[in-house]
Design a protein around this ligand. Structure first.
Ligand code: ZN
Ligand code: ZN
Length: 357
């Protein structure tokens, strides 16, 4: 048996689920059998070959958020290895060089590639895929697999909240209540933020945020910047996390943040955006750029999942599970702007789609 089902991209916006070769793990790699894969906001863009989604070589399997079982390890040199065959694991999406200035500084997500292009492992929208075993993390027995499946976006949120130093008593506005935004909100609150408010266009998502105890503002019906000032005694928000990547999201961020506050652009803009540097200058706004996650963030996220402290909240992000065979339809559903779905998972061998309330 050397064939598997995978979602193969064959050209811009072209491709589908078909049989292909099972990747062979090289030395230092593990072969993983997929349990659940998560659809990221970036995946439809990668499928469409949008610039910001990267320029994949075709044909190839896409997808990077996974939870799966180690079925083989290629380790002839007997290198120290955190995982063993049979372990349930998660891990980051890329394979940085490990030896450039940025990698050595603990910033593999901005690996300079100065010693050769960073590798892109095969995508996880497939029954099997390979990963460097030193970048895999075991999930503790008893953890809900649907929670484990969000480890990758959680690592992104861990980076965003850790790097920006949101803490005790801070006032936080999050623009966009998608998976990353919600995870940032949960971690900011966990860190002691005194209020966390979401601005969002989807009433469905606003209702979900309210049910999770967050403040809510409607991005179209409310004057979000004015409300941000009203909610903070006129000061403005200490932190604004912009997760929508939209022009109004950017404009609102700069207007809603307090003087000397911090704006974190999290959402990828898929077209060019205008940024008002006059306001940034006048208010001395700190702009913190964040790209994926840094060394240690993935381990911290996995530790949170294995501890279970926030897992009931994390679990609410997963709104549906689709058969891997329907990856194309699931990708289309993931861009539905009604906001019904937060995180869509794919599962190989699933008979029919499961939708959670
Ligand atoms: Zn992702
Ligand atoms: Zn590097």
């Amino acid at each position: 048996m050397d064939k598997m089902l995978g979602f193969f991209v064959t050209g811009p916006g072209e491709g589908g689920v078909r049989m292909g070769p099972i990747p062979k793990p090289g030395i230092g790699q593990a072969l993983i059998r997929l349990e659940y894969a998560g659809i990221c906001g970036g995946d439809p863009a990668i499928f469409a070959h949008n610039n910001y989604g990267g320029t994949p070589e075709d044909p190839r399997v896409t997808g990077h958020e996974f939870y799966g079982r180690v079925v083989a390890i290629n380790n002839p040199e007997g290198r120290p290895c955190r995982v063993k065959v049979g372990d349930m694991v998660v891990g980051p999406q890329d394979a940085p060089c490990g030896i450039c200035d940025q990698c050595l500084a603990g910033r593999p997500s901005i690996c300079s590639g100065q010693y050769g292009a960073r590798r892109r492992p095969s995508g996880c929208f497939a029954e099997y895929f390979e990963r460097d075993f030193d970048r895999l993390f075991p999930i503790a027995p008893g953890v809900d697999p649907l929670v484990a499946a969000i480890a990758e976006p959680l690592a992104v949120a861990v980076f965003d909240v850790r790097f920006s130093r949101v803490g005790m008593g801070d006032h936080v506005l999050i623009i966009g209540a998608g998976a990353i935004g919600i995870l940032i909100g949960l971690l900011a609150r966990h860190n002691g933020a005194s209020q966390v408010v979401f601005a969002e266009l989807s009433q469905h998502r606003l209702d979900l945020m309210a049910s999770m105890g967050f403040g809510t503002l409607h991005s179209a019906k409310d004057d979000v910047a004015a409300e941000a000032h009203r909610l903070t005694g006129g000061a403005g928000m200490d932190y604004v996390f912009e997760t929508s990547g939209s022009q109004p999201g950017w404009d609102t961020s700069l207007a809603a943040v307090r003087h000397g506050g911090t704006v974190v652009p999290v959402g990828l803009p898929y077209v060019d955006r205008k940024v008002d540097f006059g306001t940034i200058y006048r208010k001395e706004i700190d702009l913190l750029s964040v790209n994926m996650h840094q060394a240690g963030d993935f381990a911290k996220g996995v530790d949170l999942i294995n501890s279970g402290v926030l897992n009931d909240d994390f679990r609410r992000l997963v709104t549906s599970v689709w058969p891997l065979e329907k990856a194309k339809e699931a990708l289309d559903a993931s861009v539905d702007k009604s906001g019904r779905d937060i995180k869509i998972l794919l599962k190989p061998g699933l008979d029919e789609q499961i939708v959670f309330d």
